[in-house]
Each structure stands twice: as C-alpha cells, then as structure tokens.
Design a protein around this ligand. Structure first.
Ligand SMILES: [Fe+2]
Length: 494
C-alpha cells in the first residue's frame, strides 16, 4: 500500500510521521531520540531510514517555505531556508529520497489543526491553534468538519498575527525567570505555583493591551524590557505570567465557542502543553481533544493528514522505535517491590514530549522519601513535581479531574490531588497533579503492570517520569536503556 510521509524540520524538534493510504498511522518519531541532540532541528538519517522502510508515495511538509522566509524577514530572525518545497525537502531528506515522489506543503497553522482534528473522535469541532509563531500566524480558530465524501474541511473564522503572540509572551517570560526559552516553558509553569499574586496587576498593565483579542503592548519576540520587574522574585514573575496566560487562553476559548457554536474543542500548538491553563477548557466546551504531540513535531502528522484528506485512525501515541518483546510486567513488578524505583523501556516509543509508560522511570508514589530519590536520579530542580500514572477506574478516588477531558490518558491537564499528604511525591505544592489515567484498552503494557502493582500493594498508581539521562532526550532503544542503567545504577527492564 502507498504511504504519505509528513515532515517537520528546520526550526526545532524535527520529526516525521508516516500515514498509510487507509488512514493508519504506521510510524512517527522525533529526530532527537536518534541523534541524542535535544530538540534537534535536523532530521536524523536513522529516523529517515526508518520512515522509508514504508513505501512512500507522497511527502508533505508542515509549512510553506516561502511563507517561512517571509516570516523570518518580518520577525528579523534571518534564519532563511530554501524558497520551494522541492529544495526544502531535498535539503532535509536528500535528492534520492524525493526523486519521483509527489511533494507538497501546507500552511503552518493548518498542519497543527489537521494533526488535531483528523486524529480526534469528532465529526465537527472548533479547532484552536495557539503557538509562538508560524508563518506570521500566532492564533487561529477554525470551524472543522467532514463533508459527505469524508474529506476534512477547515474554515478559518478568526486569527491573530505576529507580533501579538501568547507563545512568544510565555517564551519571553521563561527567559525572564532565567530559563531556556522554547525548551523550558514547562519549568516556568512549575515555578508559578511557588509565586504569589503580587505582580499580576503590574504585568497585565505592562504587557496586555486587549485580552479578548490577545493583543500586547510589546513585541515579546525580543524579550521582556530589562528595566521591568527588577529585583522581583522569579517565582512571582512566573506566577503573574502564568495567570495572564491563562486569562488570555480562556478569552480565546470563549471567542472560539461563540464563533463556532461547537461543543467540541480540538486544541493544538505548543501553548496547548500548558496543562495548568488546560484545566479551565471545560468551561467553554463539553468535549476536548489535544493530540498528545501538539507542537511543531506533531505537525509532521498534520501535514500527512492534510495530504491524506480523511480521518486518521488514532490508536495511541506509541508510534516510534520499537523495543521488541512482551511488556516486562513480572520483572518490573519485582523490581518495584524490591527497589521502589524501576525503568521500563518496551514497545513503540511515545510520539510527543511525555513518557506514557513505554519509556518511563516508575516508582512507588507512597511515602515522603521517594520524591528526593527520583529527583536525585533525574538531577533536576527539587520544586518540580512528578506525575502519577493510575488505573483509570480509580482516578476519581484520588484526583478531581477537570471537566471536558473525561479521562486524562495523555497528562494534558492538572487535576486536584485529593490525598496530598499520602502521596507527596506526585502532588505539587499547589495541590495539583499531572495525571495519566490508563484505560482497560490502553495499547501500552503499563496497564497490565499497574494491575499487577495494585494486586500486590493495594495502590492503583505509580510515579511516572520520563526515562532519560540528564541533558539528553528520552531513551529510544535498548542501548540507551543500558547507558541509563550504567549511569544511574537503576534497573531498566525491557
Ligand atoms: Fe507551530
């Protein structure tokens, strides 16, 4: 059968996705997992080779190169690339790979939208895309549906453009609190819980001209004014920026609900990873779908979806490199009961930034010492919380899940932790947890491991964090898992 290769490359976190002509997503992976360079903007040869194991007929690029160059000119980044799709794909894949194949490119925000809508369970939806900048677009609202021929249709009903950008504001905030923009936004989000509300008013006055249209006084592409908030506590700056971001997002969601009159939300773009803000989405929509790789890497799947035109079959985010063999339930359980910490590397790697059971460092969440032990292994800031992974049917006993998501299989929203004193390792200082719920039909063996753990201990959840060596991307293959074992002395079972 024929296959479509979707490509996202050249800026940050290069990725590819392969869609079969019947709509099956047969492979999707991040370049960084192969090259070991975090957020690698270039396509790794190994990743491309893995994609070309399938019979590729069409190659779809996630944005239009000529528009990318225009954006670079206007935003004064001057990171120019080739102007044509042909030259761009030749540069990323090599002349031999593109020869004789149909080449195409789609608008940046439309690729985000399609990665969401065409993997969603919906026949119609409001699609909201919020990122930093893509071809000068920063926010897009689409009305999406399928026509009688099952072809996806997207009508853009509202948009915001550079320099007004929630994503750029949050990246500037991340830089202002001493972290790496476009990479460590999730740490800014964690810091916000430690801050107070003292700077919200001043930051709002400084930054936001119009909440409902997400218009800013400043171009945050060049960062915060260095004379602002001098001497203020970074946690308070993060808290104010997070609060403002949440209000901006809520106003956009309110607008999207009003303009589309849809009860279904598909939410995409890098800002959709802000799981603190996502707890409020249920105020505006009954049902919510965020494809678990909503950033530009996930747009490789969006470009392939647009070339395909029809719905894709979404079976889960386990789409990458496969470590073969049955999920090691017995050995992982034995390891957890003995050591309380165990790595698992099995099956297809997760497509997206979060470890969801196939490349996970797991631990017993009970008691007060485990957080420090895992933090010591991960060598990361002590304030950062760990996430729980729990049997879905027990989630409501331990967490108050927000409306709109139903369950939380991809850790996309925070939930209120109902027993923070019993499980301090997986409850943040603000009393929330980034919960992964695991349903009966999960394609990951983490379900069977959780069942075995529950049978042995009476506790239906584990602490779950990504399996990676400090400074490196997530473990991809067994050789990476062996390096992890040697580096940290923690067993990794496959
Ligand atoms: Fe984007």
């Amino acid at each position: 059968m024929k296959h479509i290769l979707g490509v996202s490359a050249g800026y940050h976190d290069a990725a590819v996705s392969v869609v079969r002509e019947d709509g099956e997503i047969v492979f999707a992976g991040h370049s960084e997992r192969y090259s070991k360079i975090k957020n690698d903007p270039k396509l790794s040869i190994e990743l491309v080779d893995a994609a070309f194991n399938f019979k590729i007929d069409t190659i779809a690029y996630y944005e239009r190169p000529w528009m990318h160059n225009l954006q670079q000119l206007i935003s004064r980044e001057y990171n120019f690339s080739s102007l044509t799709v042909h030259d761009t794909l030749r540069q990323h894949l090599g002349a031999d790979r593109i020869k004789g194949r149909t080449l195409t490119a789609f608008p940046h925000h439309l690729s985000h939208a399609a990665a969401g809508f065409q993997t969603s369970p919906f026949r119609e939806a409001a699609v909201v895309v919020i990122d930093a900048i893509g071809e000068l677009d920063t926010i897009s609202i689409y009305q999406a549906s399928y026509n009688k021929d099952n072809q996806a249709q997207y009508e853009k009903v509202w948009g915001q453009r550079y320099p007004h950008s929630i994503g750029l504001f949050y990246s500037a905030l991340t830089q202002r609190v001493g972290l790496k923009p476009q990479e460590e936004e999730y740490i800014t989000m964690g810091m916000a819980a430690y801050g107070d509300q003292s700077l919200i008013h001043d930051m709002g006055e400084y930054a936001v001209a119009d909440y409902f249209n997400a218009e800013f006084y400043e171009n945050f592409h060049i960062g915060f004014d260095p004379d602002k908030f001098v001497g203020e506590d970074n946690n308070n700056i993060a808290a104010a920026g997070q609060w403002i971001t949440e209000r901006l997002i809520q106003d956009i969601m309110c607008k999207a609900a009003h303009l589309t009159r849809s009860d279904n939300l598909v939410y995409m773009g890098g800002v959709a990873l802000n799981c603190l803000a996502n707890q409020y989405l249920g105020r505006y929509f009954n049902d919510i779908w965020i494809m678990p790789n909503p950033g530009d890497a996930g747009s490789s799947l969006g470009a392939a979806a647009l070339a395909h035109g029809r719905p894709l079959r979404w079976a889960g985010p386990y789409l990458g490199h496969i470590i073969t063999g049955d999920y090691p339930v017995d050995s992982a359980l034995e390891c957890l009961l003995r050591d309380r910490i165990c790595g698992v590397a099995n099956g297809p790697a997760e497509f997206g930034p979060r470890a969801l059971g196939n490349r996970s460092l797991l631990a017993d969440p009970r008691g007060s010492d485990i957080k420090d032990r895992v933090n010591d292994i991960k060598q990361r800031q002590r304030f950062r919380p760990f996430a729980p992974v729990i049997l879905e049917e027990y989630a409501s006993e331990y967490f108050d899940l927000p409306g709109g998501f139903g369950s939380s299989p991809y850790m996309q929203s925070v939930a209120r932790c109902l027993a923070p004193d019993l499980y301090p390792a997986i409850c943040h200082v603000d009393g929330t947890s980034r919960v992964q719920t695991v349903p009966y039909d999960s394609p990951s063996g983490i379900r069977a491991l959780l069942e075995a753990w529950y049978a042995a201990t009476g506790c239906p959840m584990l602490l779950n964090t990504s399996l990676n060596i400090r400074g490196e991307p997530m473990v991809n293959d067994r050789a990476d898992a062996d390096r992890f074992e040697n580096e940290y002395g923690v067993r990794v079972v496959s």
